[in-house]
Design a protein around this ligand. Structure first.
Ligand SMILES: Cc1cc2nc3c(=O)[nH]c(=O)nc-3n(C[C@H](O)[C@H](O)[C@H](O)COP(=O)(O)O)c2cc1C
Length: 336
């Protein structure tokens, strides 16, 4: 029997749990159509940044230029940077085009850190027909004078402002650096968020030793990056009244299965699609389907969360803060 791959996310029914996350692969309608054809359950459009921070390399355009330079393979299917200088004025148009061209849900994305005039674009996005809105709280708490609770309070103000503004479901893309992630997650849900996306990945600068300068870098993930969002997905599943999407390190069907078993409603992909295009998603979906059939799973709903904190036989394994057990079992065969 072919397993039913559909899943509920943000109150929407997705035909599959694999969702291209916000980033270059979802920046134009042609690539969106190819991702739909490859089996995506929904798509998250690139973020509209509240402030167009061109100079710091935070914008998608700059990301894209670097992705194309660093990953030669990507050059063939990622759009040209000038093709999608996404400004407030044409973001709604991208949403409209995506809605016209696709039959899967289209999730728009706003990237912000404080409430401001940009909030009006949430209305525009809703009017343009987006099925949901992802709010990326891109905020680096770099000021030593600002406390953790002040950071959380200000982030929650943004969540509340957006959720009060639109009727479509809002998901909040959190970063993993809050001191009390579970409390922050619950507070987002209390502020009106219907979903949480775990986790936001910050752009990480590097240092160029030849030029003695700080170099912006596009760090694509690998499957080993999955463990952080996996742990928090498992911990939050069933404890927070919100849908959960996992993003970070999903490159294969196995990675997606782990996400689902931990309790994610959707497994999002970006780096894999930058590296391998829609083929990467099709392959992951096929191996997910094959694994489910081989194990006799009838549906994604059936396996979702079965190894979450509340259901797994050793829940402590997710919470164990001290790692004596793990490191004491680690043997180095030979040091040269
Ligand atoms: C080049 C690039 C651009 C991205 N742009 C955005 C963005 O505009 N908005 C956003 O919320 N996330 C953005 N992301 C983050 C991805 O959506 C995703 O959460 C992150 O890369 C982790 O998933 P992955 O391991 O599948 O890459 C971007 C990531 C990359 C690599």
């Amino acid at each position: 029997m072919t397993p039913d791959l559909s899943t509920q996310y943000l109150g929407l029914r997705l035909r599959s749990p694999l969702v291209p996350s916000s980033g270059p692969p979802t920046a134009d309608v042609d690539s969106l159509k190819r991702l739909e054809a490859a089996g995506a359950g929904a798509v998250v459009l690139p973020s509209l940044f509240a402030e167009q921070v061109q100079s710091e390399g935070l914008t998608l355009v700059n990301y894209l230029i670097r992705a194309k330079e660093q990953y030669v393979e990507a050059a063939s299917y990622l759009p040209e940077p000038e093709e999608f200088r996404i400004g407030a004025e044409n973001y709604a148009e991208l949403v409209r085009q995506a809605k016209r061209g696709l039959s899967i849900p289209v999730i728009a994305s706003l990237n912000a850190s404080v409430p401001g005039r940009w909030l009006a674009s949430a209305d525009e996005i809703e009017r343009a027909g987006a099925d949901a809105l992802e709010l990326n709280l891109y905020h680096l708490a770099a000021d030593p004078a600002i406390t953790g609770s002040a950071v959380e309070g200000s982030d929650l103000e943004v969540v509340r402002a957006v959720c009060a503004r639109v009727k479509i479901p809002v998901a909040v893309k959190l970063n993993p650096f809050y001191s009390a992630i579970a409390h922050m997650a619950a507070s987002c849900a209390a502020a009106g968020a219907r979903g949480l996306v775990l986790f936001n990945r910050f752009y990480q600068p590097d240092i160029d030793l030849d030029r003695l300068e700080v170099r912006p870098t596009v760090n694509l993930s690998a499957s080993r990056d999955l463990t952080l969002p996996l742990r928090w997905t498992a911990i939050l599943r069933g404890r927070v009244a919100a849908s959960l999407a996992l993003t970070g390190g999903v490159h294969s069907g196995q990675d997606a299965l782990k996400a689902l078993l931990a309790g994610a409603d959707a497994a999002m992909m970006c780096s894999e699609l930058i590296q391998n295009g829609p083929r990467g998603l099709a392959r992951a979906l096929e191996s997910l389907r094959a694994w489910m059939s081989a194990r006799g799973y009838e549906s994604v709903e059936q396996l979702k969360g079965s190894l979450s904190h509340e259901h797994c036989p050793d829940p402590e394994a997710f919470e164990r803060a001290q790692y004596i057990k793990a490191v004491s079992g680690y043997h180095v065969s030979a040091l040269t």
